[in-house]
Design a protein around this ligand. Sequence first.
Ligand code: FAD
Ligand code: NAP
Length: 538
Amino acid sequence: MTKSQNTVNDYDAVVIGAGFAGLYMLHRLRQLGLSARVFEAGSGVGGTWFWNRYPGARCDVESLEYSYQFDEQLQQEWEWSERYSPQSEILEYLNHVADRFNLRGDIDLNTRVAAARYDENTNLWTVSTTGGSSDSNTARARFCIMATGCLSSANVPDFEGIDSFKGNTYHTGQWPHGGVDFTGETVGIIGTGSSAIQSIPLIAEQAKHLYVFQRSAAFSVPAANRPLDKAKEADIKSRYAEFRKHCAQLPTGGNLIMNESLATEASEAELRAEYEERWENGGLMFLGAFSDLLIDVKGNKTAADFIRGKIRSIVKDLTVSDLLMPDHVVGCKRLCADTGYYETFNRDNVTLVDVNSVPIDSITAMGLLTGGTEYAFDNLIFATGFDAMTGSLSRIDIRGRNGDLLRDTWAQGPKTYLGLGTVGYPNMFTIAGPGSPSVLTNMVPSIEQHVNWIADCITWLDDNNYGSIEATPDAQSDWVDHVNAVAGTTIYTSCNSWYLGANIVGKPRVFMPLFGFPAYVEKCDEVAANNYVGFAVT
Ligand code: FAD
Ligand code: NAP
């Protein structure tokens, strides 16, 4: 088909992104009998799991939970192979979902949305795309639904000399599809967050030498990944709905088995016993060891000290183990889950380089210069994360009422009502948007909750013949205050995390997600039950 520049197609809704959020949103819109088009920049569906193909990439929420629950047959029939399934399997699952629910016909791949503009006279959004094979690069729709992802906008810091490097460069979030063979090669990796921590042990096994450039040491607990326990799978599948309901009542929307005791009141023996058991069992459940870990810095210190003790016992070289010890509180930056991360620093072919006390001067033709030393390598990996939560939205020219640009509206930090709507941008919904629990939860149920809420909202609008819905300034302002107030009761604002935008130069320091899934869901339900109070309709 030849591409025509001026064709405009009309839909009820346009959805941007085809990850967990976009795929389910499309399915729900179809169930409502609405026409919808999904635009996806990647050449396949899957979002996060399409892009992040670095060695060791896998989920850190157990697969029996990190999966859709909207279709009972799907969740009964799909079989995960591991406790935390690898990227390839999650991608296979999402492709299966696309096929099973016959979604592909309404998805344009290789199609990046460049702009989305709201017309106040018609109440319609016009969405312009680049790339793609469809006969149209403009779509018009009543609803514009952002399923663009919280961690989908790769961050490559603006290092001096970055273009001068003569070797190969990679970003963990844009990894080549065929994989990369580092056998016999030297590798430099910048960053020690979750992506680096998963990939470093595997790259170290392959490479001739690996240089790890660390700005902040990260807390990590063993993932204790293993083949999925078939008895556990059978048990959960025999009561899946009840299990999902139970998880939804926990703060992270995931099965974080919580010990209700306080670390500040526990004896040394109780602390050690609880932490040892959770360390052994593996995974992010470590943070459920005591109920005050995320709200009280004193209680948190007992957990931080325990992990620092583990680092000391695992890493043989004292200077290296000192360098690997984080100085912030645990969980303030997202806790990492690893397979042999700290052990990797006992290898002769791995060098840890501190780029905190002396920052990276520049990238050179041969490698990287820091503190007067040039480290030479063949491959440079940026494990430098993402412009989280707002990055993918800011990269689109989104214009609401009066032609206002979203990235300007959010220049001092994102402002939303419920993380779902923004004043001045009628009929635009953000799935897992800033101001919602999103990245502080098991994201699949969070995404499903948002999609269901949006689908119900659209149904209500149509049933009542309303043309548009938009957050009111008062409701939004109260919500922003609420999100900040909740953050203030936690340890989350005490370090430089991407939750606060601190990883991106010039980004305002605002805590973007909301802690606490159950109270949030209750609020969303209440808003819906009260005729979408806090939103204005026309
Ligand atoms: P995404 O999966 O990010 O999909 C968004 C899609 O939108 C992308 O494919 C992108 O290409 C597309 N897009 C963006 N902008 C445009 C545009 N302008 N035009 C067209 N398309 C566009 N969460 C957990 O809860 N548990 C985990 O274990 C976990 N592990 C993770 C591991 C990694 C490596 C990463 C990076 C994140 C992880 N997350 C995890 C978070 C993860 O992002 C979410 O769980 C979930 O996959 C998000 O789905 P989504 O559909 O909202 O967004
Ligand atoms: P990240 O957590 O933001 O880590 C980025 C790393 O790069 C940090 O160590 C950061 O240091 C460093 N860095 C950034 N800019 C730098 C600079 N200019 N100079 C030196 N170092 C720099 O990113 P990520 O590892 O990709 O993970 C992002 C999120 O994705 C995770 O928190 C998690 O939510 C999700 N994820 C999950 C898994 C999983 O296990 N399932 C795996 C990967 C990702 P600072 O800390 O000092 O900023």
